[in-house]
Structures are given as structure tokens and as C-alpha cells.
Design a protein around this ligand. Sequence first.
Ligand code: ZN
Length: 125
Amino acid sequence: MRAGRRPPRRSGPLVLDDDAVTAAARLVGRTGATGFECGYLHDGKPVQEAGWYAVALYRGARITVEDQPGPVEACDALSRRLLDGAQCRLCGGTVTLTDARAGCRWRRAGPAWVAGCDPRAKDLS
Ligand SMILES: [Zn+2]
């Protein structure tokens, strides 16, 4: 799995939440993707305007989120797109990302997405 282009170091105090990137990469890997990339399109722009994207590559398909304000947002947005409404591989329930809907409530805990039915999830909420 390639992590794609790294964020620009020269652009000042960008604090990168590597956890979001790691969590997305792991999640994407578990969905059977052949690749994962997080990067930006525009050099020489402020971080928020660099056009951050994240993409999961599958045989013959790709799922992309674009125009995000940073790598964390891009990776979390991609993760949410992959998870929301999917079937939990542990309990078979429908994955939800909000308490407002019934289902298996997933949330990101640092560098990993954790299923609501996972015993470890009790410590998170
Ligand atoms: Zn579950």
C-alpha cells in the first residue's frame, strides 16, 4: 500500500494527524482495494486550498473524495464513504456513523476504525 504524496513540509506549521491517514489506509486495505492514496493537487498554495484528495483503488473502479481542506479531512471523508451503510464484517449489521441511526456504530479511535460491536468499542464512547 502506497501512502501517496506526503504533505508539503515547507508550508509551515501543518500538524498532520497521521492517525487519520493510517486508519483510512487500513480500512481501505480491508475492503479489498488494490491501492490507497492521499495527496494534494496544487503546489504553492495554502494548505487549505491545495485540493486534498483521498482515493481507494479497486480493480476497475475507484472511490474518491476531493476538495478537502486537509489530509485528515480527506482520509476521514473517504473512510466515511466506505463505511456508511456498509455491512459490518463482524456482526453483519448495517454500519452507521451517527448515534441518530440504528446499526453498528463505528468510530475512529486514533489509527483504527473500530466497530460498535467490537468489545474494544466500550472504551470509546
Ligand atoms: Zn458490527
